[in-house]
Design a protein around this ligand. Structure first.
Ligand code: G3H
Ligand code: 13P
Ligand code: ZN
Length: 333
């Protein structure tokens, strides 16, 4: 049994309470490799932003769970080395789909877990979430649950179309499960293709796709019923057009990629939404930088020469999110 407190990590309870009070959101950045982790920590140390390091079950398989636990412990030490006196870093399981996976993460030093029962019938989602909460809370590990289904693919959770969260269910769900935060569905989805072109309009000047707005009315209804309760937004990458263009002009092919406009996320961050999940934008930043170096210098074969610029680009991206979108800078001195 590894206790996350011994690794210098924190759970989400205090971060969320402060974020709701302060009208900002905590960044939840996924990572799979050293460069992403370095970039996240550098960006957060330089901006003094609390952060949630997210690991999906796929990332856990890719990186190895033992290595991940030491990487998280190393991240805390690296943050201090960078001059961040009191790093507020949470290690979180993203989209856990079984009790066993969540338990294993609690036992391995995670400070927060998500149990995603959103594809299950309502009562089964409650039963599974409650079981995870009862186990995790024994170790002061916080639990995120999900109600409503996002369009697209959520790890192994597959949904054909988006089903918005039903506000009339949230009080019953939160009370009966005892979860610490709730991911809701208001029109976001995972990946770089969040909307089909036919769901969007076209900007007459640029010809670029403009997605439909998020369902803020659903969010407001949820907030009314659960005042002060931490709400989570998955699928919140913006899919920056400049990265898509670099990828497409350097041998890639991402036609009609589209994300959530940043003004929508800024608005959400000021509400009870206190955790915003971003993975795809980091993948795009990384891939754009790597493609550019390899296209411009075809003789290059030292991974540091293309992973280094990719890391620098991700630092820029994370700082932009923290300062310009989520408003979490300066919240963890
Ligand atoms: O929600 C999905 C995350 O972006 C993780 O994706 O399962 O490919 O690691 P992944
Ligand atoms: P994006 O694909 O929009 O980055 O969403 C990531 C996410 O929700 C991770 O759980
Ligand atoms: Zn997600």
């Amino acid at each position: 049994m590894v206790n996350y407190k011994d690794l210098g990590l924190v759970n989400t309870r205090e971060m969320f309470a402060k974020a709701i009070d302060g009208g900002y959101a905590i960044p939840a950045f996924n990572f799979n490799n050293m460069e992403q982790l370095q970039a996240i920590i550098k960006a957060c140390a330089e901006t003094k932003s609390p952060v949630i390091l997210q690991v999906s079950s796929g990332a856990r398989k890719y990186a190895n769970q033992t290595l991940l636990r030491y990487m998280a412990e190393g991240a805390v030490e690296y943050a201090k080395e960078l001059g961040w006196e009191h790093p507020q870093i949470c290690l979180h399981l993203d989209h856990g789909d079984t009790f066993e996976l969540c338990k294993s993460c609690v036992d391995f030093g995670f400070s927060s877990v998500m149990i995603d029962g959103s594809s299950l019938p309502y009562e089964e989602n409650i039963a599974l979430t409650k079981k995870v909460v009862e186990y995790a809370h024994q170790y002061d590990v916080t639990v995120e649950a999900e109600l409503g289904v996002l369009a697209g693919v959520e790890d192994d959770v597959v949904a054909e179309e988006s089903h918005y969260t039903k506000p009339e269910e949230v009080i019953d769900f939160a009370t009966r499960t005892g979860c610490d935060s709730l991911a809701i569905s208001i029109g976001t989805s995972h990946g770089a293709y969040k909307f089909k072109p036919e769901q969007c309009t076209r900007d007459p000047q640029t010809g670029k796709l403009v997605p439909p707005p998020l369902a803020f009315d659903v969010l407001e209804e949820v907030e009314k019923r659960l005042p002060g309760f931490p709400i989570v937004l998955h699928g919140s990458s913006s899919v920056p057009q400049e990265y898509v263009d670099i990828i497409n002009t350097h041998g890639g092919n991402l036609p009609d990629a589209v994300g959530i406009p940043e003004d929508q996320l800024r608005k959400a961050a000021k509400s009870a939404v206190c955790k915003i999940n971003i993975d795809s934008d980091s993948r795009l930043a990384f891939t754009a930088a790597v493609r550019k170096v390899l296209a411009e210098k075809p003789g290059e074969f030292d991974p540091r020469k293309y992973c280094g610029p990719a890391r620098d680009e991700m630092v820029k991206l994370y700082k932009h999110k923290i300062i310009e979108v989520l408003g979490s800078d300066g919240k963890a001195e």
